[in-house]
Design a protein around this ligand. Structure first.
Ligand SMILES: [Zn+2]
Length: 286
């Protein structure tokens, strides 16, 4: 398998796996939509449908003074629209330079188009999700295809590409395994996944939730968090950034008998006094 595929798929996984970890997304319930919406909101991207009577244009990205917008052909099947949306997002996340990207059947050989296609395939069908569904949960091809909202062809090629990355000299056997899997015989594809499962998991587990997201999640849930749960909260160099990015957040320290504890709270949910008491109590109970 070419290095090109590996390079683009690694960049995609960096962004996506960090998102999955930050949000504790369930791997068996994974669907590209949450990640897609997160990226759209974070970057203020507009998404709409289009229809041109004379031209077959699958997707369009326009970047101008009004901002960024993606559009997709409204007469295409849902699975094709999903592929197009993730493809357009790929141009953006992979920092392709340009102000307009047009998808049609004629431009699929272009390098940037190929990169965006790989990005799309990985976001729709991440390695760790395919491993979970196919190997651990023994889901059949049709079920995986339906739950990820992709076409039969897209899942077929994605499985070939994924396995080729790990088994570059087994082209024939890979094809056979995927074709058997479509026919509801999963023995060979299981064997392949069995051999590479540790690698896929180790790659996924390189990522952990960021400090910002750990704190945000705790604050959303309980309104309070301390360095007992998240020790990095003690590092004051992080405070300014946290306060800037999490609404109504306050952070302070308490000391008792040489021990210290940092704590953060949502100032709309707890008064300064209430938060300090909680932190002091934690210190006393240590
Ligand atoms: Zn494109």
């Amino acid at each position: 398998m070419d290095e090109f595929y590996t390079r683009v798929s690694n960049v995609t996984k960096q962004k996506l796996y960090q998102y999955i970890k930050d949000n504790s997304t369930s791997l068996l319930d994974y669907n590209f939509r949450d990640f897609f919406h997160y990226c759209i909101q974070e970057n203020k991207i507009q998404v709409m449908s289009h229809h041109f009577t004379n031209h077959k244009i699958e997707g369009l990205t326009i970047i101008d003074q009004d901002g960024i917008s993606f559009s997709y052909e409204r007469d295409n099947p849902k699975s094709k629209q999903n592929f197009t949306l993730c493809h357009e997002l790929g141009h953006f996340i992979l920092n392709h330079s340009g102000t307009c990207f047009t998808e049609s059947v004629d431009n699929q050989e272009n390098v940037l188009e190929k990169e965006a296609n790989i990005f799309s395939a990985v976001v729709l069908m991440p390695n760790i999700v395919l491993l979970s569904k196919i190997y651990y949960s023994c889901e059949n091809f049709q079920k995986v295809q339906t739950s990820l909202e992709v076409s039969k062809q897209a899942l077929y090629f994605r499985l070939l590409d994924l396995l080729r990355e790990y088994f570059p000299d087994k082209e024939g056997q890979i094809k056979e395994a995927v074709e058997e899997y479509i026919e509801r015989n999963n023995a060979s594809i299981h064997n392949f996944f069995h051999t590479i499962k540790e690698k896929i998991i180790a790659e996924f587990n390189q990522y952990g939730p960021s400090l910002m997201n750990q704190i945000r999640n705790r604050i959303d849930e309980k309104g309070f968090v301390s360095s007992q749960e998240i020790p990095e909260l003690l590092y004051q160099e992080n405070w300014a950034n946290l306060k800037e990015n999490i609404k109504h957040l306050k952070i302070w320290l308490v000391y008792n008998k040489g021990k210290q504890r940092a704590y953060a709270w949502d100032s709309l949910k707890l008064s300064d006094e209430q938060a300090r008491k909680k932190a002091e109590l934690q210190l006393l109970l240590m």
